[in-house]
Design a protein around this ligand. Sequence first.
Ligand code: FE2
Length: 206
Amino acid sequence: MRKLIDAIEGILTATAISGGGSTEAVNFALKKVNWKTRLIAPEPLSQPVVDAQLDAACAISGQYGSNPHMIAEAVLAVKDELRWETVYEDREDEPDMAAFSRNFSYTSLIGPDAPLRTDKIAAGLSLQGRDTYYPPHAHQAVESYWIVGGDGDWKVGIEPWFPVRPGDAIFHETGARHAMQTNAEPMLAVWLWTSHLDSDLVIVRG
Ligand SMILES: [Fe+2]
């Protein structure tokens, strides 16, 4: 687990150096978190999409030695120790949300109830299974994403869809509407929230 936390700190540090939309957010995260604090092991929990597709996502993680590759290797080493959760379980009456809920899982690694405990930020991993659509949604939390393994398409606000692959970073301002679509491969990503940690996820229809 320490290796995974170190690898996430590594991708944040690389982003702080290279610039881009997430620079302010990652600098906040790097400064406000005691990254070397003792880790608390979660009670492991897996989900069907994780059992079926995590390995495949990790197998497409970019060049050996790159930050995405190091994160993917660290994920595989501790995959049985992580606590994977689901979202939108209460929306079974909406077909696209029911499908999404079955094909998406996330784990918290840093945050108020996470292995690295802090009330300043929240961060972890998300896994979106193959051929899965995450409908447009928004939240108050300022959010950064890094693609670790696999690939997909992403949409922010009214901008056109764009393809993403390992190493790509995506930034969402407060309230930015975003949607994700996977195709032939699943998509594993690191997510980071640097404000409004208690935000609700709101699906935006229309
Ligand atoms: Fe989001």
